[in-house]
Design a protein around this ligand. Structure first.
Ligand code: KIV
Length: 267
């Protein structure tokens, strides 16, 4: 029997005031490293469209892409809860389409939940999923799949728009989501939502008042040198370390000091 965290642990974490640690993962090796470091929730985000595939937005990511990466993350982890993003184009279609996608995710990957972007406009999808016992992690605020509607990656919920984000958060909780990602909203609004909701909130660019935090692993480790939003904190300058290591390898290949006796089969 697996000793993974389950959907029941998240409300308990909120009740115990224990912050939830969430990091994105897209492959076996990183999933294993993050799992061993004690991450609670591995999110196979469609941010893989940016950091793995090199697209400007997450819109081109397919369900097959998500399934491929989620399988690897599940294989690499033992303790963390694993959730998989439903890509753009599923949650605004009929319940049958959403259910078929989520069933494929759970059956083929071993993930324990799907993540759904959007607020009041996707509550029918969330209801359809949760009524079939498929756990849903919701996502409101600056939802990247709505980038064109937002006119860019812009902070949401400022001023009078705060009411809409709050209403979205309440709507996804009422529809049955077990937790909600709050992305790119003012910190006081995120704190207010976190106090008002029963389910835990997991923030990204939403300040310290959330019940947990999530970062994209390539941002956290300093591997992604594209756009660096203000909320990203790099805990490693991984890009610089890789540059140094690979430059040393190249130098040793070129001056024929690698491979040496130690790294060769000598008989
Ligand atoms: O796609 C993703 O990685 C996400 C997180 C950043 C919340 O949605």
């Amino acid at each position: 029997m697996s000793s993974r965290l389950t959907v029941l642990d998240f409300p308990r974490f909120k009740a115990e005031n224990r912050p939830i640690v969430c990091v994105t993962a897209y492959d076996y090796t990183f999933a294993k490293l993050l799992d061993n470091a004690g991450v609670d929730l591995l999110l196979v985000g469609d941010s893989l469209g940016n950091v793995i595939q090199g697209h400007d937005t997450t819109l081109p990511v397919t369900l097959d892409d998500m399934i491929y990466h989620t399988k690897a993350v599940v294989r690499g982890s033992r303790k963390a809860f694993v959730a998989c993003d439903l890509p753009f184009g599923y949650c605004h279609r009929s319940s049958d389409v959403v259910l078929e996608a989520a069933i494929r995710v759970l059956k083929e990957t071993g993930a324990q939940a799907v993540k759904v972007e959007g607020g009041a406009s996707v509550v029918d999808s969330i209801r359809a999923l949760t009524s079939l016992q498929i756990p849903v992690l919701a996502h409101v605020g600056l939802t990247p799949q709505a980038v064109h509607a937002f006119g860019g990656f812009k902070v949401q919920g400022r001023g009078a728009a705060a009411d809409k984000v709050l209403a979205d958060a309440v709507a996804v909780e009422t529809a049955g989501a077990f937790a909600v990602v709050l992305e790119g909203i003012p910190a006081p609004l995120a704190e207010k939502i976190s106090r008002q909701l029963i389910i835990p909130t997991i923030g990204i660019g939403a300040g310290p008042g959330c019940d947990g935090q999530v970062l994209v692993v390539y941002d956290l480790l300093g591997f992604y040198d594209g756009f660096k939003p203000r909320f990203v904190k790099r805990y490693l300058e991984g890009g610089d370390l890789i540059h140094l290591a690979v430059s040393r390898f190249a130098e040793e290949v070129r001056n024929r000091t690698f491979p040496d006796h130690e790294h060769s089969f000598n008989d």
